[in-house]
Design a protein around this ligand. Structure first.
Ligand SMILES: N[C@@H](CCC(=O)N[C@@H](CS)C(=O)NCC(=O)O)C(=O)O
Length: 217
């Protein structure tokens, strides 16, 4: 696969969904891209033909269809090597993947899905409330973990290294999603103040402002 910066890029996205993260990454890199709506809950047959897993994000890079958050972000990074969205050193790259895998699996695929996609975990609606409660509990554990990691490493501005990386988008979207929880309030600002201060700074970046405007997030 060739990945010159002039390869056409198209991101399939849904408002407020995890596709916010690669959208921010595209804005951060300044790569020219098109956005195509593939709204969660209203995905079309055409979209299903592109991604039979019926999930966003999907990035079309030239003739390649790329799915899965970490792969999509890696593709964006290869198209914009000077933006260093996977860090500037081999260790920073490892740390970015460490965050992305943790957030994709434990946070997104487990806790958030238990809360918003409870039907994926059981065919028995009677236990939905227990599963959702477990999802909220896991989200608290995740925020506690982020808070202690940030405190230990004195992180105020960027999760990895000294500039924006793909990890920052994913870490920030969790904060924004929490505001959409309807059954449980997680008071991030007071309970996890180091993480909250970091997200608030992140959200001031032009790329985040632009992506939030489009996502209405
Ligand atoms: N493993 C996928 C998960 C992507 C995912 O779950 N995306 C959600 C939006 S945040 C989605 O498309 N959901 C569609 C649905 O639940 O019907 C990844 O990491 O990219």
């Amino acid at each position: 696969m060739s990945t010159p910066t002039d390869t056409p890029l198209t991101l399939f996205w849904s408002p407020g969904a995890c596709s916010f993260v690669p959208h921010v990454a595209l804005c951060e890199t300044g790569l020219k891209h098109d956005l195509v709506l593939a709204k969660v809950g209203h995905m079309t047959k055409e979209f299903e033909a592109i991604n039979p897993k019926r999930r966003v994000p999907v990035l079309i890079m030239g003739s390649e269809v790329i799915t899965e958050m970490a792969a999509v972000l890696t593709a964006i990074a290869t198209a914009a090597p000077d933006s260093h969205i996977f860090g500037k050193t081999p260790l920073e790259k490892i740390r970015v993947y460490e965050w992305l895998n943790y957030l994709s699996t434990t946070a997104h695929g487990q806790a958030i899905a238990e809360i918003w996609r409870t039907e994926r975990f059981t065919n028995n609606p009677e236990i939905y409330p227990q599963l959702r409660a477990k999802g909220y509990e896991t989200m608290r554990e995740i925020f506690a973990h982020i808070e202690s990691k940030f405190k230990a490493a004195n992180i105020t501005e960027f999760a990895v290294g000294n500039s924006y990386t793909a990890a920052d988008g994913f870490l920030s979207v969790l904060y924004l999603w929490t505001a959409r929880f309807t059954e449980v309030t997680i008071d991030i600002d007071n309970e996890y103040p180091v993480y909250a201060a970091y997200v608030k700074m992140m959200l001031q970046r032009t790329a985040f402002i632009e992506a939030r405007r489009i996502h209405k997030l």
